[in-house]
Design a protein around this ligand. Structure first.
Ligand SMILES: NC(=O)C1=CN([C@@H]2O[C@H](COP(=O)(O)OP(=O)(O)OC[C@H]3O[C@@H](n4cnc5c(N)ncnc54)[C@H](O)[C@@H]3O)[C@@H](O)[C@H]2O)C=CC1
Ligand SMILES: O=C([O-])CC(=O)C(=O)O
Length: 328
């Protein structure tokens, strides 16, 4: 018997990430090749954006995806999020050259109070929320705080792009296949302060740290390369990363919904006090996922250098949160 369709809301659906994301969701890459989906697409109530959304919908129709059980266009989050099971909050202003993601807070924060309230009012009580719009951790925090009737744990931020970037840099450095790396993580904020940590990573049971054995490369090359990759892409493309961001969003939601088979993945999730991160801060952690739930990997040793990195990214997140207090 075929499965009942689930509802997937995507905001910013006519934007560049939206264009790289929707077709993959509709083809079953996110929730499985046996899971029908109804897409609930939100764009701003502006003629140009709504027209662009119509065009995207025409293309989705023209793909004749067997799993696409319905498509809706919306201009109001209160209708877009009705009964939604999954919400991918992508719609927000991207940064341009010379900006940091935190510079977007003023422009984007209000989007996430409104959308948090709408999710609180009309979404499925089990909705799984992924915030992609930047600054992603703090926007997820805002949405979570604006939705007091939904479980806080259901609000997550995207650090998977950073995780994937780190895996790729390590594979190139130590000459292994990128898909073979296990136990990698990225701690903290989706910003240049993030701490990509390969101390526990292995390939075929061998330690990646031992294979590389170069703390200077870690500190002076690897961490800045991963941390500033978004800016490097903006400098090269004139636009922020879109296909790789969409791919990371698919990875994040797929693993959350379908499980990571014991493997670590990185998700930005509200802390419960793990590793000394104050409760409620949306922080990148190593997690494993099973049965639609994630679990933070606990008990890892944090050495002095790692603690310094974690403290730095935490301080930045606390500063961002202080800056949005008046909205909550
Ligand atoms: N967390 C991450 O790893 C990444 C995050 N991003 C962020 O994702 C966001 C979207 O990026 P792009 O798709 O490249 O931008 P874009 O400008 O191409 O598209 C954004 C779309 O969102 C729409 N939008 C704006 N406000 C909205 C609202 N209140 N409700 C619904 N739709 C709304 C716009 O009309 C536009 O069509 C940006 O904030 C960007 O910085 C981008 C890459 C990676
Ligand atoms: O850097 C940006 O502004 C877009 C983004 O978040 C990324 O590519 O990591």
């Amino acid at each position: 018997m075929s499965k009942k369709p689930v509802r997937v809301a995507v905001t910013g659906a006519a934007g560049q990430i939206g264009y790289a994301l929707l077709f993959r969701i509709a083809s079953g890459e996110m929730l499985g090749k046996d899971q029908p989906v109804i897409l609930q697409l939100l764009e701003i109530p502006d003629e140009k954006a709504q027209n662009a959304l119509k065009g995207v919908i025409m293309e989705l129709e023209d793909c004749a995806f067997p799993l696409l059980a319905g498509i809706e266009a919306h201009s109001d989050p209160m209708t877009a999020f009705k009964d939604t099971d999954y919400a991918l909050l992508v719609g927000a202003r991207p940064r341009g050259p010379g900006m940091e993601r935190a510079d977007l807070l003023a422009a984007n924060a209000q989007i996430f109070t409104a959308q948090g309230k709408a999710l609180n009012a009309v979404a499925s009580r089990n909705v799984k929320v992924l915030v992609v719009g930047n600054p992603a951790n703090t926007n997820a925090y805002i949405a979570m705080k604006s939705a007091p009737d939904l479980p806080a744990k259901n609000f997550t931020a995207m650090l998977r792009l950073d995780h994937n970037r780190a895996a790729s840099q390590l594979a190139a450095k130590a000459n292994f296949a990128v898909g073979d790396i296990k136990h990698l993580t990225v701690w903290g904020n989706h910003s240049p302060t993030m701490y990509a940590d390969y101390r526990f990573a292995t390939v075929d049971g061998k330690s990646v740290k031992d294979m590389i054995n170069d703390q200077v490369w870690n500190k002076d090359v690897f961490l800045p390369t991963v941390g500033k990759r978004g800016a490097a892409i903006i400098a090269a493309r004139g636009l922020s990363s879109a296909a790789s961001a969409a791919n990371a969003a698919i990875d994040h939601m797929r693993d959350w919904a379908l499980g990571s088979n014991g493997e670590w993945v990185t998700m930005g999730v509200p802390s419960n006090g793990e590793y000394g991160i104050p409760a409620g801060i949306v922080f990148g952690f190593p997690v494993t996922t099973a049965n639609g739930e994630y679990k933070i990997v606990e008990g890892l040793e944090i050495d002095a250098f790692s603690q310094e990195c974690i403290d730095k990214t935490l301080a930045e997140l606390q500063g961002e949160q202080d800056g949005v207090k008046h909205l909550l």
